[in-house]
Ligand binder design. Structure first.
Ligand code: DG2
Length: 247
């Protein structure tokens, strides 16, 4: 039996367009991003990939992308499950900062360590910052679990319990599962699925609004390493643009 998992990074957000570190800041989609979401859904429909259940983060760019993509695929009625564990990586004190300015101020090595190292988080964000989620009611129950910064290793640690307890059972039940999430929370899932090393994951970038399809075997291992984008050429170009952000 092959299981089907579709990963979808949200469409372009207001802060993707402005080149700002976003993390847990709850920004909206741009018009381009909404178009990407609709196109992603149309691609799913054209490929006959019809999700039975969708998992999203608690952030509007992923929530709205899922809704628009599913609407375009005539699957707007399927069950939705949301969790903070699918949220974007908390970007700590970088949240709200300009990527280009950060690169100019701190240099290539520090910039890339903060963006793509496996286990070095940016400095933590103070609870008094305008970009903090300290008073956000959706995270009120998290207590000490609410992050103030995260590296990819931290994201994997908080995401895997949700993967095991909520996503895996849907896959095992034979459902086509859509996960609509974020650049780094999806990098965490891809690293886990493909068994990518802590070093090599630095080179993996996920474009906005492009469905990435994994067929999984009985052990939930990918039958094709890296999965398959429905439009591989466009995805490769868009992933390269993500890698070059800030330059
Ligand atoms: C971006 C990822 O997250 O940025 O938080 O700035 O996927 O929610 O737009 P997303 C952010 P990079 O790690 O690619 O710089």
């Amino acid at each position: 039996m092959a299981y089907t998992l579709i990963l979808l990074r949200h469409g372009e957000s207001e802060w993707n367009a402005k080149n700002l570190f976003t993390g847990w800041v709850d920004v909206a989609l741009t018009e381009k991003g909404r178009g990407e979401a609709v196109r992603g859904g149309e691609q799913l429909k054209a490929a006959g990939l019809l999700p039975d259940v969708v998992h999203t983060s608690l952030q509007r760019r992923a929530i709205n992308t899922a809704a628009m993509a599913l609407d375009a695929a005539d699957r707007h009625w399927i069950p939705v499950k949301r969790s903070w564990r699918l949220n974007e990586r908390h970007y700590g004190a970088l949240q709200g900062k300009d990527k280009k300015q950060t690169l100019a101020e701190f240099g290539e090595e520090q910039f890339m360590t903060w963006r793509r190292s496996f286990d070095t988080p940016p400095p933590p964000l103070d609870d008094s910052s305008e970009f903090s989620q300290a008073d956000d009611p959706r995270y009120a129950d998290l207590g000490d679990e609410r992050p103030r910064t995260e590296c990819l290793k931290d994201v994997i640690a908080r995401l895997l319990p949700y993967w095991d307890a909520d996503i895996t059972p849907d896959l095992r039940a034979g459902k086509t599962v859509l996960v609509a999430a974020h650049g780094n929370s999806l990098r965490a899932i891809v690293k886990h699925l493909d068994g990518i090393s802590d070093e090599d994951i630095a080179g993996l970038n996920i474009p906005t609004g492009m469905p990435l399809v994994y067929r999984l075997d009985d052990h939930l291992k990918p039958t094709v390493r890296g999965g398959e984008y429905l439009d591989p050429e466009a995805a490769a170009a868009a992933a390269a643009a993500v890698a070059n952000q800030g330059r």
